[in-house]
Design a protein around this ligand. Structure first.
Ligand SMILES: [Zn+2]
Length: 322
């Protein structure tokens, strides 16, 4: 006898991405404005240290820091790590070293990248200088990278210069694209759930111990701590257990507000899933409303749920599912 082959588990790329907008304040704003003008600013603390990149408050005594100073575009690598396989949107497309660089005139080090061909060409203590980006906008990437520097040892530049002039058109805010790339696998239980949705069926899994039917199934009962394996088709009809009225229009979502988003306990399910309610004015949706799924052509899950016309469910029938 041979065992059945394990069911194929789904995998798919998943990208979580959003633009993060932040204001900069007087110190970070000056720092990024200066980078745009090919100048690096630090900030001097009350005991005379120069912090690069500058911060608004002294990390030792929390004093407000506003004494900006100019430091050199040359510096010394204080430590490094080799990156053999750059990811998309990292500063360089070819293998490079992440480096901490203490710029001449600074007492702290700046994290950036060093453009060298191989790890045996990097060492702590090596001299480097900034390679400026051709187009600069007021961002840390205005420093394209660091590169090896064989020139002067920088002693004449080691004393930070005063900075008071300021630059016109200061940078006051930045938009940082936050992005996470995954290869996501939903696991055995949710693979079965997703495949059943392809046939417009909703399939949960029953706990062998407490008999609760989980929809969507996660593969285990969190209460009993045992694996769930028995597949149970639920629905398609269900009961609204609770709901909210959405008044804020979501970007990239073509649904007119206000609309209702509800918890729906499908018949036979031991907990509620959520979905949008349509086909009824938003202010007539209520707990106990009986609903059924509405599919659109090519949809991979119900577009929304609409009233079935049945009498409302008794509260006792769903009070454990709220
Ligand atoms: Zn259980």
């Amino acid at each position: 006898m041979t065992a059945a082959p394990p069911p194929e588990v789904l995998r798919a790329p998943l990208v979580v991405e959003f633009p993060f907008t932040r204001s900069l304040g007087p110190v970070q704003g000056a720092f990024l404005t200066a980078l745009r003008e090919r100048t690096v600013l630090g900030v001097r603390t009350s005991d005379g240290r120069v912090l690069v990149p500058p911060v608004e408050y002294d990390p030792v005594d929390s004093a407000e820091l506003r004494d900006l100073v100019e430091v050199a575009p040359t510096g010394t690598v204080t430590t490094w790590a080799w990156n053999p396989d750059p990811r998309p949107q990292q500063p360089l497309p070819t293998p490079f070293a992440w480096v901490l660089v203490r710029l001449d005139g600074a007492d702290t080090a700046l994290l950036h990248v060093l453009d060298v061909p191989a790890p045996d060409t990097v060492r702590t203590g090596m001299r480097v200088r900034i390679r400026w980006a051709g187009e600069r906008s007021g961002a840390i990437t205005d420093i394209a990278c660091f590169e090896p520097h064989d020139g002067h040892d920088g002693t004449e530049a080691a004393r930070p210069g005063p900075y008071s002039a300021g630059f016109p058109d200061p940078v006051t805010g930045i938009v940082v694209p936050a992005r996470l790339d995954y290869t996501y696998s939903p696991g055995r239980a949710q693979t079965a759930y997703i495949k059943a949705l392809g046939d417009r069926k909703t399939v949960g899994e029953r706990c062998p111990s407490c008999r609760k039917v989980y929809v969507p199934p996660r593969g285990a009962c969190p209460t009993c701590g045992v694996a769930t394996g028995e597949q149970v088709e639920v629905g398609p009809r269900g009961t609204v257990t609770t709901f909210c009225i959405v008044n804020i229009k979501a970007k990239n979502l073509d649904i007119e507000v206000p609309y209702v988003y509800a918890h729906i306990a499908l018949d036979g399910a031991g907990l509620a899933l959520h979905g949008r309610i349509g086909g009824i004015p938003y202010d007539q949706v209520r707990m106990g409303l009986r609903v059924e799924p509405v599919w659109t052509e090519g949809g991979r899950f119900p577009d929304h749920y609409r009233p079935t016309g049945e009498p409302d469910a008794d509260y006792d029938a769903y009070k454990e599912l709220l």
